[in-house]
Design a protein around this ligand. Structure first.
Ligand SMILES: NC(=O)c1ccc[n+]([C@@H]2O[C@H](COP(=O)([O-])OP(=O)(O)OC[C@H]3O[C@@H](n4cnc5c(N)ncnc54)[C@H](O)[C@@H]3O)[C@@H](O)[C@H]2O)c1
Length: 301
């Protein structure tokens, strides 16, 4: 059996089902003692009991990541039960589909509180405890390919973009204290996918959560030393790094930009540099006339 997490204590949030359950079970199989967290305490206990029945070490937590005190309590439970916290997988998340004019403020708030504030609250509690221990650690946030922009998923996409930005920023903040921070963009057949016809089309049943677990275990383990600030995508068969936003050349410079010079910058320079946008890489209308049919050879008039 793979024991690459021997002697480590890790917290996995949202681990009562789906991807989190797979991360928790695989971490335990790899030798970690695991706090199995889920807002649904019965499901958390089910996963923890399953791990214990198979000879692993696990304790359940029904805390909500969306509450800073409960997030802190979850980390304290790990330290109290297992003497330390070496890893955190911030996996708990919710999603829904809506067009901008269909959005409901309560639903938006719940999503942001879980997917953004939850990752911050749990991560900061873990970082504090890891700092106090003085032997570093590994934080693995769960982002999404949706962070690149997807139709009907704007609020969810924004929350996962926030997780990506948090990951790069925390990696900068924590490198000196030996805490690595990376993010994984998974794709797996879970109830999150069952809810959407489009997701189901892109994600057949053989894309099981267990296929993503080795990536998360790698990032938790010592074999990934020197790897931080990365966004890594795995959809089952494909594994790759996600490129990060950057300041794109040409960078024009003048003392003052007025309406006329901004218009000219776009007409004369940036029109040709506009970026395809969203996960589907949609070409902006202004550029589209130059790219449509580009694969067919040009014919002379
Ligand atoms: N399934 C995919 O293809 C996919 C793709 C990209 C990203 N993700 C992300 O992966 C993570 C897991 O997704 P999943 O597909 O397994 O979803 P899931 O709905 O099956 O599981 C999510 C779990 O999080 C728990 N949870 C929700 N709010 C919580 C809170 N406040 N505190 C603690 N637990 C809470 C839920 O009870 C649930 O058990 C999510 O962050 C999701 O956004 C999933």
């Amino acid at each position: 059996m793979d024991r690459l997490l021997n002697g480590k204590a890790v917290v996995v949030t949202g681990a009562g089902r789906g991807l989190g359950e797979a991360f928790a079970v695989h971490a335990a199989q790899a030798g970690a003692a695991v706090v199995v967290n889920d807002l649904d305490a019965d499901l958390a206990e089910r996963t923890a009991a399953n791990i214990r029945e198979h000879g692993g070490r696990a304790v359940a937590s029904g805390h909500s990541v969306a509450d800073p005190e409960q997030a802190q309590a979850m980390v304290e439970l790990c330290v109290a039960e297992f003497g330390a916290i070496d890893g955190l997988v911030s996996n708990a998340g919710v999603n829904y589909e809506a067009l901008p004019w269909q959005e409901e403020p309560d639903q938006i708030r719940e999503l942001v509180e879980t997917n953004v504030l939850g990752v911050i609250y749990t991560g900061m509690a873990a970082a504090k405890a890891m700092m106090a221990q003085g032997r570093g650690g590994s934080i693995v946030n769960i982002s999404s390919g949706a962070s690149l922009g997807q139709r009907k998923l704007a609020t969810y996409a924004a929350s996962k973009g926030a997780v990506a930005s948090l990951t790069y920023s925390w990696a900068l903040d924590m490198e000196d204290v030996g805490i690595r921070v990376n993010a994984v963009c998974p794709l797996a057949h879970t109830r999150m996918v069952w809810k959407s016809e489009r997701s189901l089309r892109n994600c057949p049943p053989d894309r099981t959560p267990s296929r993503i677990a080795p990536v998360v275990l790698f990032l938790l383990g010592d074999g990934s030393h020197g790897i931080t600030g990365q966004l890594i995508r795995c959809n089952g068969p494909q594994l790759h790094i996600v490129g990060q936003p950057y300041l794109k050349a040409p960078i024009l410079e003048r003392a003052v930009w007025d309406s006329d010079s901004v218009q000219r910058a776009f007409d004369e320079v940036f029109s040709a540099h506009l970026e395809p946008y969203g996960l589907e890489k949609r070409v902006p209308p202004r550029l589209r006339k130059w790219t449509e049919g580009a694969s067919t050879p040009l014919r002379s008039a």
